[in-house]
Design a protein. Structure first.
Lengths: 384, 256
């Protein structure tokens, strides 16, 4: 009998020593000895930014963000442990990957470019380029099992997380689970979503300083001209610069309304000819063929190449395209036909497009949107 | 005497509860449903459908509007406010087809009775238009960044977009972008239409916006869209918007 007690005591010592906090995540899965005291995470945002939308069933907490950050950067989410969310969403590129289209663990190229996650918390009108999911929680579930992305399975990921030396305790702290068997893909997605909700602009870009903090020297004259054309503010103050029509799709504080447009970059005879159906994939509405969500223009200088398929390498190429006023598709947004000044006497009314100077000024303005404080924020970097 | 005592004691109680029932009737609360609808010439509007506009095909791709201070008007004077601000999106991004959305709003807690009409402001009333999306919480109609124009420090009250084939040559090359905003083009309209509200609910009150009428002048002639396909962004020149908003009074119909 004394031997049995000794054996039990030894086992208890060993399991205790192996648990993450020197405590309670023992092999039987019980986590209840680990303190659970969630602290609200105050999402830092510039004063001039709107309140960050947070769903009631996933409040942002300190431990939730910490767990989400680890998961976001952890290649455990991919089948061969080589890629993580961050492989296609790098902070230095405003959480894009610098490629025309992203490539998964099997070397298979996808069809679309990695979207910036900057201010993604404000994207409440659908996610991905086509808006096929509504919430960050739903979105975070998809890349793990996508065969051209992380190509893993959630049951396997959950097994790995449950048997991991550290994750069970982190899930306990974030969500109050009592046992490692309670780790689910839904909780993992919630944690990732919490981390993504803190990816908010710092408000320190030159544009912000000029526009919202009264630093009139933050932009030079050419950049101001670009801003006036971007937002079509010139005519109202008696300056003879045309409307570049940018702000209709890229307006507001976050410089996107997160709406869906066909911007006319593909020339097709009928709606069914689009190579990528875009928004149609989410709604099933044929007239949504070739429409995509307008991305934020903040940090746009860091997120080349551009468009849903990365077809334009530079901002200059983007401006050239829009300046052409080319008719591309039956459901093309009419605003993409009205760049420049109206041409007197044209019938129907045609537009001049932009001069070389005007395009250059707009590109210079776009560079003032770069927020280096954000991309260097230590709270959003890899914890590894 | 004792036999009479109990009925005597109960009588005042009976009278009291009877009176309370009457009070309950007076305090009855009603429910009203407003059904907002976009039409073209009396038919429910569909996106990308060709409509005849002054002899050429015209189609619409976007139509939405803000409404302020939607109120029921009492016959004896005064009003009951149904909403302070609302965003009516006839062409939402998530529609499964091109038929414009009927937008329903059900408001409870309205005193039942017969009302003389409906009053509403088309656009964002000045006191709210002085604010911007950062002043509102997520989910509020004025939180929408896509509907705010920082250049004018104004919400875009109404957006109507589409394209037409003014030369009838098979090419939709007339691009219509009409965005109206800023305090000078905010208008309030009154619609004299008897409206019944009861506790059990009534037929919805239809509020119909007819796009053909929006682009029809008071003298019945069509507005010259080919000459003015885009509203000016010059805040000192809002002549197009000023013309169009005057048409709303004839273009909006209220029915029950």
């Amino acid at each position: 009998m004394r031997s049995l007690y000794l054996l039990l005591f030894t086992v208890a010592l060993i399991t205790g020593a192996c648990s993450p906090d020197g405590g309670s995540a023992n092999n039987d899965g019980d986590l209840s000895d680990i303190p659970y005291s969630p602290q609200p995470y105050t999402i830092p945002k510039p004063e001039h930014f709107p309140e960050v939308p947070v769903p009631k069933d996933n409040p942002v907490t300190v431990d939730g963000v910490q767990l989400g950050r680890r998961l976001f950067y952890d290649p455990i989410l991919s089948a061969d442990s080589t890629m993580s969310c961050a492989s296609c969403h790098l902070p230095a590129m405003s959480f894009t990957d610098g490629k025309a289209v992203s490539t998964g663990i099997d070397g298979i190229a996808g069809a679309r470019s990695s979207m910036s996650l900057l201010n993604i918390a404000y994207a409440t009108n659908g996610l991905f380029w086509d808006g096929r999911v509504k919430t960050l929680e739903e979105q975070a579930l998809i890349p793990v099992e996508d065969p051209i992305e992380l190509h893993h399975t959630w049951p396997q990921v959950i097994d790995q997380l449950r048997s991991h030396p550290e994750y069970p305790a982190l899930f306990r702290k974030a969500f109050g689970i009592g046992d490692r068997s309670e780790i689910t893909k839904e909780l993992a997605a919630k944690a990732i979503a919490q981390f993504e909700r803190i990816l908010i602009s710092s408000g320190a870009s030159r544009f912000d300083r000029f526009e919202y903090y009264g630093e009139i020297d933050a932009l030079d004259d050419e950049e101001i001209d670009g801003k006036l054309m971007f937002f079509d503010e010139a005519q109202g103050i008696g300056i003879n610069l045309p409307d570049a029509q940018c702000f209709h799709c890229h307006g507001g504080i976050t410089l996107t309304g997160n709406q869906y447009f066909n911007n006319g970059i593909d020339s097709v005879g009928s709606l069914s000819e689009f190579k990528d159906p875009g928004r149609f994939r989410a709604t099933g509405n044929p007239s949504d063929q070739g429409k995509f969500r307008a991305p934020t223009i903040r940090n746009i200088a860091l997120t080349a190449p551009y468009m849903h398929d990365g077809r334009f390498q530079t901002l200059e190429a983007v401006l050239d395209r829009y300046s052409s006023n080319r008719i591309g598709a039956p459901n093309q947004d009419p605003l993409t036909q009205q760049v420049g000044f109206p041409i007197p006497g044209s019938d129907p009314v045609r537009y001049t497009g932009l001069t070389a100077y005007q395009k250059r000024a707009i590109v210079k303005f776009l560079h003032t949107l770069t927020d280096t404080t954000f991309i260097h924020n230590p709270d959003i970097q890899s914890p590894y | 005497m004792k036999k009479l005592l109990l009925p005597l004691l109960l009588l005042p109680l009976f009278a009291f509860f009877t009176a309370c029932e009457n009070d309950d009737d007076d305090n009855e609360v009603g429910v009203i449903t407003l059904a907002f609808e976009a039409q073209y010439d009396g038919q429910q509007m569909e996106k990308y459908k060709n409509y005849d506009y002054n002899g050429f095909p015209l189609q619409f791709s976007r139509f939405h509007t803000y409404l302020s201070d939607v109120e029921l008007l009492r016959a004896e004077g005064g009003s009951v406010r149904l909403s302070e601000i609302d965003f009516i999106e006839f062409t939402p991004d998530d529609a499964p087809n091109d038929v414009s959305a009927k937008v329903y709003r059900t408001i409870a807690g309205i005193p039942p009775g017969e009302y003389a009409g409906l009053r509403m402001g088309v656009g964002v009333k000045p006191s709210l238009n002085a604010k911007n999306p950062s002043d509102f919480n997520p989910g509020h109609p004025l939180y929408l960044e896509s509907e705010y124009w920082s250049g004018w420090k104004s919400y875009i009250f109404t957006k109507i977009e589409g394209r037409g084939d003014q030369n009838n040559d098979g090419t939709q090359d007339l691009f219509v972008v009409h965005h109206y905003g800023s305090d000078p083009v905010y208008r309030t309209y009154t619609f004299n239409q008897p409206i019944t509200v009861s506790a059990s609910g009534n037929l919805p009150v239809s509020v119909i916006f007819d796009l053909k009428q929006i682009f029809t002048l008071e003298n019945g002639s069509p507005y010259d869209l080919p000459a003015n396909p885009q509203t000016s962004h010059n805040q000192a020149n809002i002549s197009i918007a000023e013309v169009i908003v005057e048409n709303y009074g004839r273009a909006i119909h209220v029915e029950q």
